[in-house]
Design a protein around this ligand. Structure first.
Ligand code: HEM
Length: 136
């Protein structure tokens, strides 16, 4: 069971990332319905990711990284930037959702344009970290 959790966790963040990109493409094509559905999906899967991650961490602790040399520097550098970005993005995502709900789309766009690239970075760097920890 503990072996499956990192993969389950990464799949959740992959699905969230795919939904995020789908939503970005949809709004570029002015398709608000698909944009809305995709972004809400991205948010739900990001929250699920966080829940599984915290439960896994609380139950089994974290997996130590065993790589050495430059890979180790890259791994921890990426992990730190990834973790900071994951926290920084939260108020922008919440703001984007709040203003979308109020149909204040100018305010929505301001926050969403900041949230999107940070969120994408968090998702992609999360996949890279998983790959470096378990496969590299
Ligand atoms: C956290 C989730 C969301 C993110 C990250 C997000 C992201 C974005 C981004 C980046 C844009 C700007 C597109 C551009 O620059 O032209 C945008 C615009 C827009 N979003 Fe979202 N969005 C989210 C949730 C939603 C939701 C739930 C709705 C509900 C209807 C929505 C409706 C819209 C609309 C109507 C626009 C066009 C605004 C305009 O150009 O006047 N978004 N969104």
């Amino acid at each position: 069971m503990p072996d499956m959790l990192p993969l389950a966790n990464t799949l959740l963040i992959v699905i969230s990332g795919i939904a995020l990109v789908t939503g970005r493409i949809a709004i570029a094509r002015r398709n608000v319905a698909i944009h809305r559905a995709s972004m809400l999906t991205a948010t739900v899967f990001a929250v699920l990711f966080l829940v599984v991650y915290v439960v896994r961490w609380a139950m089994f602790g974290s997996t130590p990284y065993t790589g050495q040399g430059a890979a180790r520097t890259i791994y921890f550098g990426l992990l730190i930037i990834h973790s900071i970005a994951a926290v920084v993005v939260i108020p922008f995502v919440l703001g984007a959702l709040k203003y979308a709900r109020r149909e204040a789309f100018d305010e929505h766009r301001k926050r969403a344009r900041i949230a999107f690239p940070i969120w994408l970075f968090v998702a992609v760097s999360g996949w890279v970290i998983y790959w470096m920890l378990y496969h590299a």
